[in-house]
Design a protein around this ligand. Structure first.
Ligand SMILES: Cc1ncc(COP(=O)(O)O)c(C=O)c1O
Length: 401
């Protein structure tokens, strides 16, 4: 923990995100009996309502006690067999790690290396899928939002390619830093497996892997030969059908998840993605005003949940992060792997408003200045202020009697 003696510590990492009071309160309860006769009255609507967040009506949403990484494993282990072909692309630490997981499971992964700062290369996916007339590729992976670089890819575009090439591969999406924040449409985009975790868009503590699965992927799973036990979809579905789990569920987190879903649905998914876009636009205005670059190489890749900011040559992003942390009680996201020391990340996702973003930008701005990076004090915050004032949805103030 940073050393705030008064006020809040700023959390501007791209997950875990800020936790709303309603969610904390929902989890502040005595531990309960997960085999109680009325537990299903809580579980069955919870699983049904999760489908609304994924925008799906068929299939099943699985909730495992795990983090997003477990969700990746569940997706793969339940649908594929050793040696199956997988088409993927790597353009950041998270897209890299999912490929690594697939390889450790003995899958035959064709991973296209893409410059960090770009996203899924649709043209290359199309060429590869067209060339695969024997349908050796069984799954196509898409990291919807690469959290390491702040890049969002076009999931619907990949579905269009699969349809145009009449390729039957499963479309698997890493939605860990997109679902519950960005526009995501499981059914309309023909996504077969979508992986999420609880600590980003769901505004919860880490601890749940939440995985949406289509009917097609569930059917494929019946003949899939990869070994699985803890993450077995079939075991989970058998128990979920009656409102229970095959092992002790993280019931306290499930209570938080109930509150989270209620908040997400009350705000509205379209409103949530619009809010994320508006807040992200202010962050990007700040970065531009500082005169420094984003890691995302083109506006079409810009992520509305995280901005990876490249420090100028000769400076160390770790120093900016440490200064923000120790001197201003602000956590900024670290640069991972290839971009370690080169970028710091501003997470702008989850339970967030303009003032919270302005605080993070203020802290980042002070840290940049302290590290000797030549920006003008107030420039980034000022640009974001102007952006938010221009785009504010103004409530009508009550008139004095
Ligand atoms: C895009 C993406 N995928 C997967 C993961 C891994 O999730 P977890 O750390 O919850 O295991 C992360 C974590 O930040 C992520 O951002």
């Amino acid at each position: 923990m940073a050393k705030a003696t008064s006020g809040f510590n700023g959390l501007a990492v791209p997950g875990p995100t800020n936790m709303p009071f309603a969610i904390r309160q929902a989890m502040d309860l005595a531990l309960e009996d997960h085999r109680a006769p009325d537990f299903p009255e809580f579980v069955l609507p919870l699983l049904a309502d999760l489908k609304q967040i994924f925008r799906m009506t068929g299939g099943h949403v699985f909730v495992f006690p795990s983090s997003g990484t477990g969700g990746w494993e569940a997706a793969i282990a339940n649908t594929l067999s050793p040696g199956d072909g997988v088409l993927a692309s790597v353009f950041g630490q998270f897209s890299h790690l999912w490929v690594d997981l697939c390889r450790r499971f003995g899958l035959d992964v064709d991973a296209i290396d893409v410059a960090w700062g770009e996203g899924v290369p649709l043209e290359i996916y199309e060429q590869k899928l067209r060339a695969d007339s024997a349908h050796r590729i069984k799954a196509v992976l898409v990291c919807h939002n690469e959290t390491a670089t702040g890049v969002t890819s076009d999931v619907a575009g990949v579905r269009k390619i699969l349809d145009a090439t009449q390729h039957p591969a499963l479309l698997m999406v890493d939605g860990v830093s997109s679902i519950g924040c960005l526009d995501f449409r499981m059914e309309a985009w023909g996504v077969d497996v979508a992986v999420c975790g609880s600590q980003k868009g769901f505004m919860m503590p880490t601890g749940l892997a939440i995985v949406g699965v289509s009917d097609k992927a569930l059917t494929n799973g019946k003949t899939a030969k990869l070994p699985r036990c803890f993450f077995d979809f079939a075991d989970m579905m058998r128990a979920n059908k009656d409102g229970y789990f095959p092992y002790t569920p993280a019931a306290t987190l499930l209570r938080g998840l109930r509150a989270s879903i209620d908040m997400l649905l009350a705000e509205g998914l379209d409103e949530i993605s619009a809010r994320h876009h508006r807040l992200a636009t202010g962050v990007r205005a700040a970065v531009e005003a500082w005169g420094i670059q984003l890691c995302a190489k083109h506006p079409k890749w810009y992520s509305d949940t995280v901005s990876a900011v490249v420090v100028p040559d000769g400076f160390d992003a770790k120093q900016v992060i440490n200064t923000a942390y120790y001197d201003y009680n602000l956590s900024l996201g670290a640069g991972l792997s290839k971009v370690s020391g080169k970028v710091f990340r501003i997470g702008h996702l989850g339970y967030l408003n303009e003032l919270m973003v302005l605080a993070a930008l203020g802290g980042a701005e002070m840290a940049l200045l302290d590290c000797g990076i030549p920006i003008k004090a107030g420039s980034g915050v000022g640009a974001a202020v102007e952006c938010y004032r221009k785009t504010a949805q103004r409530a009508t103030a009550p008139k004095a009697a």
